[in-house]
Design a protein around this ligand. Structure first.
Ligand SMILES: Cc1cc2nc3c(=O)[nH]c(=O)nc-3n(C[C@H](O)[C@H](O)[C@H](O)COP(=O)(O)OP(=O)(O)OC[C@H]3O[C@@H](n4cnc5c(N)ncnc54)[C@H](O)[C@@H]3O)c2cc1C
Length: 428
């Protein structure tokens, strides 16, 4: 089989390369390769890279280090809050990565990276060497940014639920326990942050739940921004499906949260304290802790990378993908992280073979559910330019403002299809 590297990249991103190279590499056996790639984090970015490295070049030995036995996705966690999915539906294990694709999965945490020695240290004290390292640790929170808020407050009374798992369960329980007539305060952060439309999908699906079970209740969004992703589409959906139930307050109209008082269950704004029965504070964010500890971040709090390979511009040999990296026009989304993971896998194979990475195409679609049979989306294809990663004009777009009910129902269906497909593509 003969294929140019340019064609290879095109095939990869169209999804065709996966199945084509799968024929070559799906033996399921990890055999000792001469090249060792270690991937940190089994979420959207890391698991995609690990799987695609093995699919594309089964001679590479790939080790994935992830402390959790199974990964709970943030995508569709809002659907859990809305009563439309269970936690089991959004939980994925690493069995297929191990058994079908021959990735060695180590259930541990990486505590430090030694870029000079090409070595990482695990929580167990074990050291692992690598030829290339991929780091996809997601996000961490700027706890100090909101006076009165802390990790301990998030875990006890005011969950962020911006990393899915125990936090999602806590917020779900609080919503179920809330009285009819209660107020849910939802406090999104300023940009940039994980999943720009996520807080507004959350407001929608909480309202969906409240409308059925506690119809006198309301959702009040106190925003640190003056505008938000897919704003026109969300606002129209709220007026149609949840009239009077969702209030949005822009930062410049007193929406910005200045502090919280967990005992009083209030948040402080320019207009004084606002009381909530359930308070969902989503703090400002930065790259995952490991990225900071390893010195992979710059003054922005995120990791600068070469956009053709996602190799760190600070520590050569280490690729940073997903939410932690600075990826130009791409949003911090699971789809983007997975797309970056595939590009990083292709680039690593080229680099390990002494070739230059090929300028990639990248892709993202973010679906949001506003109600059952009511979905909206934003999509784009990205390329490299002298300004870094930019979206290709006309390559994507938004659900039209005048979309018909059929189109909105179709978008909701596509959202479900998207989740099923991407989950299978990454962990299946
Ligand atoms: C409510 C909500 C809804 C969302 N909906 C969508 C959606 O519909 N579509 C979409 O595309 N995106 C969505 N997102 C965004 C998406 O979840 C993230 O962008 C995506 O998870 C980022 O992938 P990642 O690989 O960077 O990080 P993650 O997927 O978070 O993975 C990071 C992994 O690294 C591990 N890790 C961290 N530190 C270490 C360490 N030191 N050692 C070993 N492992 C470590 C963690 O345990 C974790 O498993 C949503 C987010 C939220 C909060």
């Amino acid at each position: 089989m003969s294929i140019s590297r340019r064609d290879f990249n095109k095939l990869l991103l169209s999804g065709a390369a996966g199945s084509m190279f799968g024929l070559l590499g799906a033996s399921g056996k990890a055999f000792a390769g001469t090249k060792r790639v270690v991937v940190v984090g089994g979420g959207f970015g890391g698991a995609s890279t690990a799987k695609y490295l093995r699919k594309l070049d089964p001679s590479i030995s790939v080790t994935l280090v992830e402390p959790k036995a199974a990964f709970v996705t943030c995508p569709f966690s809002n659907w859990v809050l809305g009563g439309l999915r269970t936690m089991a539906d959004i939980t994925h294990n690493f069995n297929a990565l191990q058994n079908t694709y021959g990735v060695t999965v180590i259930a541990d945490k990486v505590v430090s990276i030694n870029p000079g020695k090409h070595e990482i240290m695990l929580g167990s004290g074990k050291r692992l060497g690598y030829d290339r390292l991929v780091v996809s640790p997601g996000i961490d929170f700027k706890w100090e940014a909101i006076p009165g808020y802390s990790q301990q407050i998030a875990e006890s009374s005011m969950p962020h639920a911006w990393q899915a798992g125990a936090q999602t369960v806590l917020l779900h329980k609080q919503l179920q326990a809330m009285k009819n007539g209660g107020t849910v305060l939802l406090c999104p952060p300023g940009n940039p942050f994980r999943c720009p439309p996520g807080p507004y999908e959350r407001a929608s699906l909480i309202a969906h739940y409240l409308k059925q079970h506690k119809p006198k209740s309301k959702v009040v969004i106190l925003d640190a921004k003056d505008k938000f992703s897919k704003q026109g589409l969300f606002t129209k959906g709220w007026e149609r499906l949840y009239p009077g139930m969702i209030e949005w307050h822009a930062a410049s109209s007193g929406g910005k949260v200045l502090g919280v008082d967990a005992k009083a269950m209030t948040v402080e704004t320019d207009f004084g304290p606002v009381k909530g029965d359930v308070i969902n504070v989503i703090p400002p964010q930065k790259a995952g802790k490991l990225a900071f500890d390893a010195g992979l971040t710059n003054e922005s709090g995120w990791c600068p990378v070469d956009p053709s390979s996602f190799e760190s511009t600070i520590h050569p040999g280490i690729h940073v993908i997903g939410d932690s990296c600075i990826a130009g026009a791409m949003p911090k989304s699971g789809f983007a992280a997975s797309s970056q993971g595939k590009v990083a896998a292709a680039a690593i194979i080229n680099l390990l073979n002494g070739h230059k990475p090929v300028p990639p195409s990248l892709v993202n679609t973010c679906y949001s559910l506003i109600g059952t049979n009511y979905g909206v989306s934003v999509a784009a294809v990205y390329e490299l330019s002298d300004k870094g990663i930019v979206s290709i004009p006309g390559s994507g777009g938004l659900t039209p403002a005048d979309a018909s009910d059929d189109q909105l129902a179709q978008e909701a269906m596509f959202a479900e299809g998207w989740y099923t497909n991407i989950s299978k593509d990454i962990w299946g």
